[in-house]
Design a protein around this ligand. Structure first.
Ligand code: NCD
Ligand code: ZN
Ligand code: ZN
Length: 441
């Protein structure tokens, strides 16, 4: 089935000068004055996009899709819907499923489910250790050479805390330019931890998760990465101290990249005051000082990307006592809006910068060659159109995710995803999901 050509009129690539963009056969066929006169434009569907920003489709390096095993919280299909509506054209699915994605069989299953849904490219992340138990390495090469072509490996949810295993994993992935994405949490320093260790945890009487538990692992892993000559990615960086460790490592030339989540860009540990577990997350929400530091780091490149850590949880796992609640919060449909609010409206990033941290850099880190590409002739038409002036109020029940655990319930946020194109085919049009033919409603 071929998708009809699409003439996008008047959108502003990267928020710069408006230009027409012609999309045909899955590619960008023409940009600028040539677009309307191009032969393929003759029978193209015209999309009036004046006032909209045009960016490369967003890429999420850190998503939890929960399938297989917790299809009551999210499935590849519902997570793909949330992703497309959030402006994403590719997501990397974390392996902390049941069974764990630690074999070629499981990563291929997730990969095929994603392709069958067809709303967003789903790239499975493989577990570093068997069952994520931190005891012995999983079959990394078999996952890398499988149909899923896994390049990112992580025990996310848990830290690869054994230094020898971490070293071996870093050595292993070198042969196929893979990367280890570390959930940096020193387990001995966080036994029973419920929230950030600081004034609020003292006041609320909750066991704290000290910043050093994150920073110590990042420092160790940067040194190991140097020693081995490999590549490290640090998941959900949340503290000012971590930013300092990363800046020092990058200055030394360590091949380390890092992500920050939308929630760590905007929320603090003060949210724990009402004991509402919707604000319980790993790593925990930190302080104002930390929020300022991660924003600055994202602006200056010390932190490379924003990754959602979209972590859907079923109602019974979230609407319970804080101590018993599962950590994690939704992110796919609110990430871009939070980045606009915290980084664009503050002047910390322009739209070029948004494309860099939400699309280009995550694609590069994850080894994708067909995502995060320039808005230019001959490139794959993975694109998103954003209305920067629109505002909307978040309602968990209205999100496409099967779960509703958004920390932004009732909050008004800027920026609306109008259209998402996956290889030239609209997955979202005028803010509404377009189901690919045959995928079922
Ligand atoms: N971030 C979280 O609080 N939870 C994640 C695991 C993780 O990212 O560590 C989850 O799988 O729910
Ligand atoms: Zn994690
Ligand atoms: Zn995660």
């Amino acid at each position: 089935m071929t998708t009809p050509a699409l003439l996008i009129r008047g959108a502003a690539p990267y928020g710069e000068e408006p230009a027409d963009v012609l999309v045909a056969d899955g590619l960008i066929a023409a940009v600028g004055v040539e677009a309307a006169g191009h032969p393929a434009a003759a029978d193209a569907t015209v999309l009036d996009a004046s006032g909209l920003m045009l960016l490369p489709g967003l890429v999420d390096l850190h998503t939890h899709l929960r399938e297989p095993g917790r299809e009551d919280a999210e499935t590849v299909e519902t997570g793909s819907r949330a992703a497309a509506l959030g402006g994403y054209t590719a997501v990397f699915a974390m392996p902390n499923t049941d069974p764990v994605a630690d074999t070629a069989g499981v990563v291929e299953q997730v990969f095929r489910l994603g392709a069958a849904v067809g709303l967003v490219d789903v790239h499975p992340i493989g577990a570093v250790t068997v069952g994520r138990k931190g005891e012995r390495l999983a079959e990394l090469t078999a996952m890398a050479t499988s149909a899923a072509q896994v390049r990112v490996f992580s025990d996310d949810g848990d830290c690869v805390s054994d230094a020898l295993l971490m070293r071996r994993a870093l050595e292993y992935v070198k042969s196929f330019d893979g990367v280890i994405a570390q959930h940096a949490q020193e387990p001995r320093l966080t036994v029973g931890a419920q929230m950030h260790e600081g004034d609020w945890s003292a006041r609320l009487g909750m066991t704290g998760w000290p910043a050093v538990a994150e920073e110590a692992i990042i420092a160790r892993d940067c040194l190991l990465t140097d020693h081995v000559g490999s590549r490290l990615h640090v998941c959900h960086v949340s503290t000012a101290g971590s930013v300092q460790v990363l800046a020092a490592a990058k200055a030394r030339g360590t091949a380390v990249t890092a992500e920050v989540t939308p929630h760590h860009l905007i929320l603090t540990d003060a949210r724990a005051e009402g004991y509402d577990p919707v604000f319980k997350v790993n790593p925990p929400l930190r302080t104002d000082t930390d929020v300022a530091a991660v924003r600055q780091a994202l602006a200056d490149g010390t932190i490379d990307i924003v990754a959602t850590d979209h972590a859907p949880h079923a109602q019974q796992d979230k609407e319970c006592e804080w101590d018993h609640a599962s950590p994690g919060m939704l992110g796919l449909q609110t990430a871009l809006s939070v980045v606009i609010e915290t980084m664009v409206h503050t002047g910390a990033l322009d739209w070029r910068g948004v494309a860099r941290v939400l699309s280009e850099n995550p694609a590069r880190i994850g080894g994708l060659t067909d995502q995060g590409r320039p808005v230019a002739v001959g490139e794959p038409a993975n694109l998103v159109l954003v209305d920067p002036e629109a505002r909307w109020t978040v309602r968990g029940a209205e999100l496409a995710s099967l779960s509703a655990n958004t920390p932004f319930e009732g909050v008004e946020l800027p920026g609306r995803v109008v259209t998402t194109l996956l290889r030239g085919r609209p997955t979202v049009l005028d803010g509404v999901l377009v189901d690919p033919a045959g995928a079922g409603a």
